[in-house]
Design a protein around this ligand. Structure first.
Ligand code: NAD
Length: 513
């Protein structure tokens, strides 16, 4: 193991042994399939992690159910205090945990640390929430009666996460779910097991110090089979899944068939629209970040760019200059803006998409190749690409499928209505952004004739969101993080209580014998 990798792992208390246990339920174990964590920058095998066997998964589930019985009795503000301590522990490790995200996932250091910061932020939010998860008192039509709408915890929540946010997505779910009083079982992406182990260790340490069973934040490393077992378990009333549309559709169906609840955070196919009155000094760098940042591997990455005819040549000129200046390389090196794609398979998906564009006669303005020179050849580095497809038809795969790579497709429009129709003309509905100074455009964009996505920005790129607002898409629905998202992690009871000496029926129904 390189000294850099071993320093990061050691600082996070991850053993440098040949195989690392990837299951935690209060104790570390794992004797299932071996998962390899491969550094996308160098191809180095960082660790081998042992996944959960079916038996270990069942044991973990049993421990989580037991831990829930403990947690549900703890007053919510006390749970908030535990979250405050977890927040402090995460903040103390922000630099090194962010570095592990860069090492294992491939995003640049500032973004790796940003992800840990996001977990810290949502902990802060959940600490506050732990004193504000309020129900309601409803006026009863019957004298001497009160109706209460009560939020109570659900039980064990399954959290299945994607590779591209190996820390923050668990944070969004765990913080709210724990504040609400649930135990949590995390099934992370099989290609980022070390981030999951590091986060679980940080949380486990705080739980242990406070005498709380570790299985309130359990970990089951594994691939599709472990994911399916979580999804199909009748002991898990809520499954929160973040990942691709294809898997999300299967998860949704499976959980629905047993009447469980889901939160589905799926893919995006996000567009930016630039009007002639936009401030290009702001819009060009924002589109650059949206399309090239995280090497195009955010669910909110900008994949479609709609330019008004008047500014299109000027915009593309400036954007191409930024693309030409991008500093590509090791994500842990200060100043790097473009790291690798996460996996070899992703390079294949990128190459296939570029090939399809070429075949269909698209103009490739820049990019289109894997970087092969020098040290870049060892990693999964690809050139960020701008293409002008021949057709603007949103039913074409080029426009309507999410390609998880830095490819930006451009089309030119003459009026906003046309651009909004293109924006809305795809099956996904996660994020979108309009660049304009004109109030009338803004009014249209955010109103009923405007963008149909869950995140609708103005003079802000498609990519990156704060934790305070609910995060998620329309058409492929799901809400996490801020807003009312916490309400999904509880079971609601409508409780009618009679304080009087008679027992009248509702609606004046008379059933006297
Ligand atoms: P993926 O769908 O391949 O995997 C997601 C998780 O599901 C992993 O933990 C995986 O092991 C598990 N899994 C795979 N098959 C399963 C099955 N049959 N049953 C249960 N679990 C199964 O996604 P990925 O490639 O890791 O992540 C990229 C995708 O995630 C992109 O589409 C991206 O847009 C999306 N994403 C969405 C958000 C959001 O908040 N909307 C955030 C991050 C990523």
């Amino acid at each position: 193991l390189s000294s850099r990798a071993s320093n990061i792992l050691t600082a996070l208390d991850i053993p440098l042994s040949s195989e690392i246990p990837g299951v935690y339920d209060g104790q570390w174990k794992g004797s299932g399939e071996v998962l390899e964590s491969i550094c996308p920058t160098t191809g180095e095998v960082l660790a081998r992690v042992q996944a959960a066997t079916p038996n270990e998964l069942q044991e973990t589930l049993d421990k989580s159910k037991e831990a829930y019985l403990y947690l549900r009795k703890m007053p919510a503000p006390k749970r908030g205090e535990i979250l405050r301590q977890i927040r402090e522990a995460l903040a103390a490790k922000c630099g090194v945990l962010g570095a592990l995200v860069s090492l294992e996932m491939g995003k640049i250091k500032t973004e790796g640390m940003g992800e840990v910061q996001e977990f810290v932020d949502i902990c802060d939010y959940a600490v506050g929430l732990s004193r504000m998860m309020n129900g309601r008192v409803v006026a009863s039509e019957r004298p001497g009666h009160s109706i209460l709408e009560m939020p109570n915890p659900l039980g064990v929540v399954g959290v299945l996460t994607a590779f591209n946010f190996p820390v923050a997505v668990y944070g969004w779910n765990f913080s709210l779910s724990f504040a609400a009083g649930n135990s949590n079982i995390w099934k992370p992406s099989p290609s980022t097991p070390l981030c999951a182990i590091a986060v679980t260790k940080i949380i486990a340490h705080v739980l242990e110090k406070n005498g709380i069973p570790g299985a309130v934040s359990a970990l089951v490393s594994g691939g599709k089979d472990v994911g399916e077992a979580v999804v199909n378990s009748p002991d898990i009333p809520l499954v929160s899944f973040t990942g691709s549309e294809t898997v999300g559709a299967a998860v949704g169906k499976a959980v629905q068939s047993r009447f469980g609840k889901t939160i589905l955070e799926l893919g995006g196919n996000n567009a930016s629209i630039v009007m002639p009155d936009a401030d290009l000094l702001m819009a060009v760098p924002a589109v650059f970040f949206g399309a090239v940042g995280t090497a195009g591997q955010r669910c909110t990455s900008t994949r479609r760019l709609y330019l008004h005819r008047e500014i299109a040549p000027r915009f593309l000129n400036a954007l191409e200059k930024l693309y030409a200046s991008v500093r590509v390389g090791d994500p842990l090196v200060e100043g790097t803006l473009l790291g690798p794609l996460h996996s070899r398979a992703a390079v294949g998906i990128y190459s296939d998409a570029v090939h399809r564009l070429r075949e269909q006669g698209a103009q490739i303005l820049t990019g289109g190749q894997k970087y092969e020179q020098d040290h870049l050849g060892r990693g999964n580095f690809v050139q960020p690409t701008i293409a002008i497809p021949k057709s603007t038809d949103t039913t074409d795969t080029i426009w309507n499928a999410e390609t998880f790579a830095p490819i930006l497709n451009v089309a030119i429009f003459d009026d906003l209505e046309q651009a909004i129709a293109w924006n809305n003309g795809v099956p996904q509905g996660l994020s979108s952004s309009l660049w304009t100074r004109d109030m009338r455009n803004i009014g249209k964009w955010i109103g009923p004739e405007g963008s149909d996505t869950g995140i609708v920005n103005v003079n802000v790129g498609t990519s990156g969101a704060e934790i305070g607002a609910a995060f998620g898409g329309n058409k492929r629905p799901g809400r996490e993080s801020g807003g009312d998202a916490w309400k999904q992690y509880v079971r609601w009871s409508a409780c009618t209580i009679n304080f009087s000496d008679s027992a009248p029926l509702a609606q004046g129904v008379d059933f006297s014998a």
